[in-house]
Design a protein around this ligand. Structure first.
Ligand SMILES: C[S@@+](CC[C@H](N)C(=O)[O-])C[C@H]1O[C@@H](n2cnc3c(N)ncnc32)[C@H](O)[C@@H]1O
Length: 222
């Protein structure tokens, strides 16, 4: 693991103040509420394609945007992990006890998940990987997911091949900064990295096909 170049400086911004802002903005701003609704739909559909797993690790859970949806299955075993304690505390505080108490929470890093191998049926990983710009680090995280999950992994990424990615790239080029848009990955490269980690693509769920950059890959652990 020592050769992995960590570019996790972004992780440090998730303090108490950020967690409050994050939770508030998702609830108050109409555009965010709209995006939130569709992202939850995307995750729900991805999990359906994954075969409605009986046990799920939500990693990173952030402020628990997916908790109510994940808890819709009354017998599902639920775990949630994040490297930020304030984000996890906000997740617990902003949900009713009947939902929050369903989750076993874990303070952990996606690169070294503090769990034994093959401990859950599936991992849901939303809005993490677009922050990770180093391909070797992405690969190491995908391998860690393949170690911890028995059956499937659902990962959201920002990919190219849609209107939003094209518009972003054009803006950057106009500003004289081509190639600076590091949060978007070529779909072909993403798929090659996932398969290199032993994750087989069984489905792709786009937030808004041809328009949005967000895509959730549904992956089988081979
Ligand atoms: C944009 S939030 C997304 C959270 C949630 N999945 C969602 O979509 O609302 C990113 C989260 O990743 C967490 N995070 C950052 N680096 C991490 C790491 N190395 N391991 C685990 N979680 C990390 C942050 O603390 C933050 O809660």
């Amino acid at each position: 693991m020592s050769e992995i170049k960590s570019d996790f400086t972004f992780s440090k911004k998730y303090d108490k103040e950020f967690s409050q802002r994050y939770a508030r903005s998702r609830k108050q701003k109409p555009s965010r509420r709209f995006a939130n609704f569709w992202e939850i739909q995307m995750a729900r559909k991805a999990l359906r394609l994954a075969g409605n797993p009986r046990s799920i690790l939500d990693l990173p859970c952030g402020t628990g945007r997916f908790w109510a949806m994940l808890a819709e299955e009354p017998t599902r075993e639920l775990m949630a992990g994040d490297s930020s304690l304030p984000m996890m505390e906000m997740a617990r505080a902003s949900h009713a006890e009947r939902i929050a108490d369903r989750f076993h929470c874990l303070h952990t890093d996606a690169l070294h998940i503090d769990l034994p191998s093959k401990v859950v049926d599936s991992i849901l990983c939303m809005r993490l990987m677009h922050h990770i710009h180093d391909p070797a680090t992405r690969l190491a995280i995908y391998r860690e997911f393949a170690r911890v999950s028995r059956c499937s992994v659902c990962v959201s990424l920002r990919v190219d091949g849609n209107f939003s990615a094209w518009r972003r790239a054009r803006r950057h080029t106009r500003k004289g900064k081509p190639g600076v848009n590091r949060n978007v990955i070529a779909a072909a490269q993403a798929e090659q990295e996932l398969s290199a980690a032993g994750l087989r693509i069984i489905g792709k769920v786009d937030l808004l096909r041809y328009y949005s950059m967000w895509r959730t890959y549904v992956l089988r652990v081979d």
